[in-house]
Write a protein that binds this ligand. Structure first.
Ligand code: AMP
Length: 510
């Protein structure tokens, strides 16, 4: 097998790593510009040329509508999803529905799926790795938030395949982060991985004993991250500018982009200092002359007050994960902080408040996930015999089931079940002379299907016509190590079968 990379495909930044066959150590591979992480930003010019990473980010101020960032927040989501509707109001590029009703982006009149956009980031990383290694990269282990559902996982896999990579495994980010840490194999430990990145929050509780890592529970929020903090700061800056000059920047994407850059850098500075200043010269050009934004003092306290309510949203997933794992704060031995946002003091304070331990800072929060993915890639590819063969037991992030009578949701596999797994449940026909059944598959925790995510459906025809309740249909769900679902429906009497690997929803889905 050729080279298999570990890739952390992040909302804001991506990072790649590989294990050196000689040393058995994982190391980060820098990109073409020498950076250890690559902004997950893709710019498209009118001639179809694609630019990725810092170069794309640098030119974004001039072409905000053609520069796509944070697309991980859209991947595998319906356009009608309220979270997408909220998010698109804040994005300078255009978000549209693709022909299937999924969220997509439109640049230069061309509609692209989030997977297509992500594939450019992955291809760029692959090419950078190949250029420095002088060898071709065959595949990758790509990480995803533990909280990603089926569709989001499938779309991420598709992005990898489009980039010319064999995706050997999708690995949950917290599991990857955990693998990057040293742990004492002689002592069983419960470890919390608190991961707050640009767009998502994940909290996972793992149990490590000898060479088995078992995910006990995972919870999170796909719409909580550094971007939310930046948006609140942008909004504050917009209001200050309106007050200072009377000019509203709401419909000025170029100026909003500059505010966003300033907000993000202010946030970073305030992780190290108590206060900073913001100066944005020539923010808008009016006929009477240019207008500048000048804020001589912007304090950490002000930032913390602005975002306190948003950071409070970190609490519920932590409590839920503890409850699902059957643990209390007293049972946790270590807390590992991952994701750039855990550099913010207010975030670290929350992690400690909700999990009872100060977070460990021995791992680099930007690189831990890619390093863990590289270690897993090494196991998959069987490159260095020294790599300890850790057995990973991951869990399903959300319950899987089917629609039954009256739109009720019948769960086949509850959330936090260890995967890979398989479950069969027998259903009966609901009306007389019924010769086919439609198996509609959903994912979520609501008692009725309306509140859950539609994943797809399959039909089993050719049933024996008989009275309602007398013909049986066995529905089988099999989930592989990537969390990808294969559904089979079988008539046990005739042996007739229908099966499907579920694909993202089509236009017919609600
Ligand atoms: P990630 O998705 O893990 O790359 O995290 C990216 C997020 O972390 C972005 O929102 C960054 O603005 C944020 N971030 C990176 N460094 C810092 C820092 N020193 N202080 C606060 N936030 C940071």
């Amino acid at each position: 097998m050729g080279i298999v990379l570990g890739i952390d495909l992040g909302t804001s930044n991506s990072c790649m790593a590989m294990v050196d066959a000689a040393t058995g150590q994982a190391r980060v591979l820098p990109n073409r510009e020498g950076e250890r992480t690559t902004p997950s930003v893709v710019a498209f010019d009118a001639s179809g040329r694609v630019t990725v990473g810092s170069a794309a980010r640098r030119q974004a101020v001039l072409h905000p509508r053609n520069t796509v960032y944070g697309v991980k927040r859209l991947i595998g989501r319906r356009f009608s999803d309220p979270a997408v509707q909220r998010l698109m109001k804040l994005l300078p590029y255009e978000v549209v529905a693709d022909p299937s009703g999924n969220a997509a982006v439109r640049v230069h009149g061309q509609v692209m799926t989030p997977a297509e956009v992500s594939s450019h980031v992955l291809r760029y990383l692959k090419e950078c790795a190949e250029a420095q290694l002088g060898q071709s990269v065959e595949g990758a282990v790509i990480t995803v938030p533990a909280y990603f559902d089926e569709v989001q996982r499938q779309e991420t896999k598709l992005a990898g395949q489009r980039a010319g990579l064999t995706v050997h495994r999708l690995l949950n980010e917290p599991t990857a982060a955990m693998l990057s840490c040293r742990f004492d194999e002689s002592r069983p430990e419960n470890i919390a991985v608190f991961d707050l990145g640009g767009g998502t929050f994940d909290i996972s509780l793992l149990h490590v004993e000898e060479e088995v890592v078992q995910v006990l529970a995972t919870c999170g929020d796909n719409f909580l991250g550094g971007d939310n903090v930046d948006e609140l700061v942008v909004e504050a800056l917009r209001r200050i500018f309106l007050k200072q000059t009377g000019v509203d920047l709401t419909n000025n994407p170029e100026a909003l982009w500059r505010l966003r850059e300033a907000a993000e850098s202010t946030k970073r500075t305030l992780s190290e200092r108590d206060q900073t200043s913001i100066e944005l010269a020539y923010l808008v050009a009016l006929q009477e002359g240019p207008l500048h934004l000048s804020i001589p003092s912007f304090s950490r306290t002000l930032l913390e007050n602005l975002v306190a309510k948003e950071l409070e949203r970190l609490r519920a997933p932590c409590e839920q994960a503890l409850e699902d794992a059957g643990l209390t704060v007293a049972d946790i031995h270590r807390v590992i902080l991952v994701g750039g946002m855990t550099r913010m003091p207010a975030v670290r304070a929350r992690a400690e408040a909700y999990l009872g331990h100060p977070g460990e800072r021995s791992v680099n929060p930007d690189e831990a996930v890619a390093i863990g993915a590289a270690l897993e890639a090494d196991i998959v590819a069987g490159i260095s015999p020294e790599t300890p063969k850790v057995l990973l037991l991951d869990v399903l992030s959300r319950s899987l089931g089917i629609r039954t009578e009256g739109g009720r949701f019948s769960v086949l596999i509850p959330r936090n079940t260890t995967i890979p797994t398989r479950e069969t449940k027998v259903f009966t026909t609901t009306f007389d002379q019924q010769t086919h059944v439609d198996i509609e598959v959903y994912q979520g925790e609501a008692p009725t299907v309306d509140g859950n995510r539609y994943l797809g459906e399959l039909q089993l025809a050719g049933l024996t016509a008989a009275a309602a309740g007398t013909v049986r249909v066995a529905v089988d769900f099999t989930i592989d190590a990537d969390g990808i679902l294969q559904v089979t429906a079988r008539d046990p009497t005739t042996g007739r079968k229908a099966e499907a690997t579920l694909r993202p929803p089509t236009a017919t889905s609600p």
